[in-house]
Design a protein. Structure first.
Length: 201
């Protein structure tokens, strides 16, 4: 798992019987050579040293989500190396489509015809309803409701406890603050929060 951060630690609980974690990879020299949760923290050379190992890359949070594309592409790994990790208690419709390097935590529900892009992380108990489209590299917090027909552009951040109304469009790079109710379209790169969500100054 890359890097050794909160998302990766939570991902340990999502592996079920499909995967076994053999370690973390992190760029921070102080972390390398240590152990976290009983697992070694290694440098990027591990990707070449263990070419058979799948990789789950889950960098980023509300302060750094816009850097996710560069970080993940900077790993220089072929797309087929990336894992798709779905917690055993998550539910994904057989009519939904999931990209690669996707992490769905416990209680996540993805319903009919929803499309989840590459490099997406969805925290516990969030629901993506029918025909919603979640763009590449989006980070979605816990207890989020994304109604039917919503389109999230790539590299968006949706804070925990937020709800996005049916058929809303959220532009690429937008941030939706914690506990927001989004009832109108959000422009690319906008930062909104509140009930109803309004642009932050």
């Amino acid at each position: 798992m890359f890097p050794c951060n909160g998302n990766a630690l939570e991902a340990l609980d999502c592996l079920g019987t499909a995967f076994r974690c053999i370690g973390f990879v992190d760029d921070t020299p102080a972390k390398q050579g240590t152990e976290v949760a009983g697992l070694p923290v290694l440098g990027r050379a591990a990707f070449q040293d263990m070419p058979e190992a799948a990789v789950l890359a889950v960098p980023g949070g509300p302060a750094s989500y816009l850097a996710r594309r560069g970080i993940i592409e900077g790993l220089a790994l072929p797309r087929e190396r990336f894992a798709r990790v779905i917690h055993p208690a998550a539910r994904v419709s057989p009519l939904a489509a999931l990209g690669s390097n996707v992490l769905l935590m416990a209680g996540v529900v993805v319903t009919s015809n929803a499309r989840i892009g590459d490099d997406v992380c969805i925290l516990p108990n969030s629901v993506v309803h029918h025909d919603a489209v979640i763009g590449d590299r989006c980070l979605i917090g816990s207890n989020v409701t994304i109604a039917g027909g919503v389109v999230l552009g790539e590299n968006c951040y949706v804070g925990s406890g937020s709800s996005i109304m049916h058929a809303i469009s959220v532009g690429a790079g937008a941030l939706i603050g914690i506990g927001s109710n989004v009832i109108r379209d959000v422009a690319p790169a906008a930062r909104v929060a509140g009930n109803p969500a309004r642009t932050l100054q």
